[in-house]
Design a protein around this ligand. Sequence first.
Ligand code: EPZ
Length: 422
Amino acid sequence: MDSILVTGNGPLNGEIPIAGAKNACLTLMPATLLSEEPLTLTNAPRLSDIRTMTTLLQSLGAEVSSLQDGKVLAMSSHDLTSHKADYDIVRKMRASILVLGPMLARDGQAVVSLPGGCAIGARPVDLHLTALEALGAEMELKDGYVHAKAPGGLKGGIIEFPFVSVGATENALMAATLAKGTTVIRTAAREPEIVDLADCLRAMGAQIEGDGTSEITIQGVDRLHGATHPVVTDRIELGTYMLAPAICGGEVELLGGRIDLLQAFIEKLDAAGVHVQETPRGLKVAQRNGRVNAVDVVTEPFPGFPTDLQAQMMALMCTANGVSVLEEKIFENRFMHAPELIRMGAQIDVHGGTATVTGVERLKGAPVMATDLRASVSLILAGLAAGGETVVSRVYHLDRGYEHVVSKLSGVGAKIERIKGQ
Ligand code: EPZ
């Protein structure tokens, strides 16, 4: 298994291009199942999760061609040859559950393995199933698989989520586009990735209103046609790299960055004393006056502070002036980066869903282990600011969500290299 060696090397300066959003692409790709005509995605990120979704769609009979070094995904699911999403693919990536809604809407049948939990929590899919049942689907759980049927096709209905679920909103939204009649989704997720999916579905002929708010209304149509759609900028990659100059000092321009994607996060950076300004090409982040101020963080569904940036923000707070309280309210076990940061000299006290961080002058480089995607990059950020060398092992987690992290960071002066595993 590869690892990454980071050596604290002072302030960073230059520019980092931001890729298309992993979490948008992973829901846009299954949308190809909704139409017999080609769907082409541009600005796609080059990530292992995208390759996993490609394999899954191909196992169902879809054609997926990765063009222009992976930035363009040309897909066509004219003839589905299978309706079964196998456990060995689904267990690798929870987002595989997102083929359930489109397959049901398209062919009235789907067999999808339950994803199983992952490091950050049990992550059940009960809300996905109840949402599709509200559209007339019959669900049966057998041998670890969801057997879903909608013999006469899906019918529009009212879906009331008890709390926000991004994936369940995406499954319901995709399924409703071909359901007969009107569907209303309440307590819908408002993430930019939902709006991006709705934009793509509208380009395919879907009739959707209210995306980006908590109530989405969909008028079902008989069929969807092909389209070409650009994947929205990855706000989590953006926020992650904004924290690099924040924790190391210096000035970095994030190409393609947009303030509207990260309002709550940027407000916290501002309160911490990190200067963020819009430029014609994206966002510029500057940090010149030593340590940042400690700020408190509570993770919430969009437009609140993103849970996917909690680990990275914790790394910054480890070097802040003062005490910061971070509350993780989305997932039940998303502080696994804390013990690794403590190995680097951080002072963190975790009680249940709350982590109290007392900032220190300087972290010390150490060998640490990545436990999940966002934890892995939080350790890299800490290593950039620490004195000495940090070796982050199990970086396969990183490859799921960050393309070319070594070249992007070394491009702004970081001392970072990938060490091939034996
Ligand atoms: C999406 O996961 C993202 N993944 C996650 O990003 C992100 O952290 C999460 O949304 C929250 O923003 C993708 O988009 C591929 P949820 P998802 O359904 O859809 C519970 C990353 O690092 N829940 O909004 O799985 C669930 O356990 C990943 O890129 C149920 O109880 O998240 C969690 O506690 C990590 N039953 C909460 O809801 C369900 O049926 C929010 O989960 C579904 C979810």
